[in-house]
Design a protein around this ligand. Sequence first.
Ligand code: ATP
Ligand code: MG
Length: 147
Amino acid sequence: MTHSTGSVSACLPIHSDLDLVRVRQHVRQMTAHLGFGLVEQTKLVTAASELARNALVHGGGGQMECAPVTTGGIRGLRLVFSDQGPGIADLEQALSDGYTSGEGLGMGLGGARRLVHEFSIDSRRGVGTTVAVTSWISGPPRPREAH
Ligand SMILES: Nc1ncnc2c1ncn2[C@@H]1O[C@H](COP(=O)(O)OP(=O)(O)OP(=O)(O)O)[C@@H](O)[C@H]1O
Ligand SMILES: [Mg+2]
């Protein structure tokens, strides 16, 4: 079971390009603080950047909740991006590389999924979109070995 450690949770608005910069900075700082290696820091920052940009561009703005979590003594960071935009009609299509409804490359959502250890998306037409991602310091937690 995953527990939120609660101590340094934060909620950041996503309504402007400057907010995107703040989201990247915050995720960089939190991952560094938790002890993520540089490569793992960059992966989560890149995923956060893409998901925040989607919330801004496609969702009309939203927010990112950021919370340190632990499971079995392993530390991780969980990020939840949410917006109250138009939602995504076809999730499979949206996640496939190269699909864009606008003028992007269509790489953001699928790319973000590959950069994190856990990824879930919930989207409803006319209600909005929520994307939750978690990465762990030393890879995804493995079930405890039998003795
Ligand atoms: N938060 C969101 N709200 C509504 N639609 C979204 C949201 N996020 C993604 N989508 C839809 O999924 C599609 C694919 O997203 P993805 O991030 O992969 O590509 P993109 O944003 O179009 O281009 P880029 O490569 O620049 O990110 C988008 O074009 C959009 O139609
Ligand atoms: Mg995108």
